[in-house]
Write a new protein. Structure first.
Length: 44
């Protein structure tokens, strides 16, 4: 089963807001980083 990929445009302002406190890679990829937080959202 293949997943359909949606073309999504993320506004620069949103990216800037999400990354405003970025200091090191763990802030993005760590146990409580932004990636972990975003994957917890149920996107239907």
């Amino acid at each position: 089963m293949s997943r359909r990929r949606r073309d999504v445009s993320i506004p620069d302002e949103l990216v800037d807001e999400l990354l405003k406190d970025y200091r090191e890679p763990a802030d993005l990829l760590g146990e409580s980083g932004i990636i972990q937080q975003l994957t917890q959202f149920d996107v239907s």
